[in-house]
Design a protein around this ligand. Structure first.
Ligand SMILES: NC(=O)c1ccc[n+]([C@@H]2O[C@H](COP(=O)([O-])OP(=O)(O)OC[C@H]3O[C@@H](n4cnc5c(N)ncnc54)[C@H](OP(=O)(O)O)[C@@H]3O)[C@@H](O)[C@H]2O)c1
Length: 293
């Protein structure tokens, strides 16, 4: 039997690139989508689609023509992100796509504290409404974000209070997504998986883990909302974007990101990666925190 063609969006990025590499290794036919083909990885057995941005329905239709399954990575955040996503979904259906696996966010809800998580809920609702076969992968915060958001002064700042976050690795997301994509049966249809790490920790605990790895004191400094907006005011970002950054911490404080799910072990057949595992395997993630860096 010929395997159905899987179209992988975001293939130039961290999640999509990993998924594309995994699928390519299995020999299923894969088409890579991106806005700029020169940024797409060169992987044996994969073909690059003509350039397509989600918001360009005609380009997406062309890029997806003949594909059976769409792996849809959420777009870079923007005020128009839901429309970009729904345009991509509608183009996919018009092009004949029969199944969509969408990368969503933990706790997606119309009134989620994390403003960007609301986009995911609206995108999910649109996909559900079309009646297409679908699976939603609701990722927690990325583990990679914890060292990345710790400043070189050794401080992780944000209004997360004493809340907990069940952060997950890109590898676990990619392995879980690949397991879903490679299983053509109906078992994943209509299912929403929370992709989380094996535990939920406070940012103070994350700072302690970073201290152990780096050998210097890393501190979590809880901010008030006002302090959080003030400390990010100099980045030159627009209001909606700063609100997204700040509310991602406030969602932790509100207890909206502390779900620990067994979806990663169930889908991959092995335990999910912890923050300690992640840091051990990715020393480059905290290089900027080393005193002699
Ligand atoms: N869970 C978390 O903690 C977390 C954190 C940050 C972001 N996210 C969300 O998760 C997504 C995937 O994460 P990632 O780490 O893989 O991000 P990434 O490395 O930045 O990759 C994003 C990918 O999406 C593509 N893309 C972005 N906007 C697009 C658009 N409008 N049309 C077509 N392609 C578009 C990019 O392609 P180009 O080469 O064309 O730019 C890139 O390949 C992000 O895009 C964001 O929505 C989640």
């Amino acid at each position: 039997m010929i395997s159905p063609l899987v179209a992988v969006t975001g293939a130039s990025g961290a999640v999509g690139g990993r998924v594309a590499a995994r699928l390519a290794r299995t020999g299923v036919p894969v088409r890579l989508l991106g806005r700029d083909p020169s940024r797409l990885p060169r992987l044996p057995g994969t073909v690059a689609a003509p350039p397509a941005a989600y918001g360009d329905g005609e380009a997406m239709h062309r890029a997806l023509d003949g594909a059976h399954t769409l792996f849809l990575v959420s777009a870079h955040e923007s005020p128009g992100r839901v429309l970009e996503h729904t345009t991509a979904v509608d183009a996919a259906l018009a092009a004949g796509v029969e199944r969509i696996v969408y990368v969503s966010f933990l706790g997606a809800a119309p009134d989620a504290t994390f403003t960007f998580a609301r986009d995911h809920w609206h995108t999910e609702a649109h996909i559900r409404m079309t009646g297409v076969r679908h699976t939603f992968l609701r990722d927690s915060w990325y583990l990679a974000g914890l060292p990345a958001m710790t400043a070189t002064d050794g401080v992780l700042r944000g209004p997360a209070g004493e809340g907990r976050v069940s952060a997950v690795s890109h590898e676990d997301i990619a392995d879980s997504a690949s397991a879903v994509l490679l299983d053509e049966g109906a078992v994943h249809d209509g299912v929403t998986y929370a992709l989380t790490g094996p535990e939920a920790f406070t940012l103070a605990e994350a700072a302690a883990e970073l201290s152990r790895r780096t050998g210097r004191e890393i501190r979590y400094v809880p901010e008030t909302r006002e302090e959080a907006y003030a400390s990010r005011a100099g980045y030159g970002a627009e209001e909606w974007e700063v609100a997204g950054w700040v509310t991602s911490y406030e969602a932790i404080a509100a207890g909206e990101l502390d779900t620990v799910s067994d979806a990663v072990p169930t889908l991959t057949g092995r335990p999910a990666e912890s923050l300690a595992d992640y840091l051990r395997r990715n020393p480059e993630s905290y290089r900027h925190l080393l005193m002699d860096a």
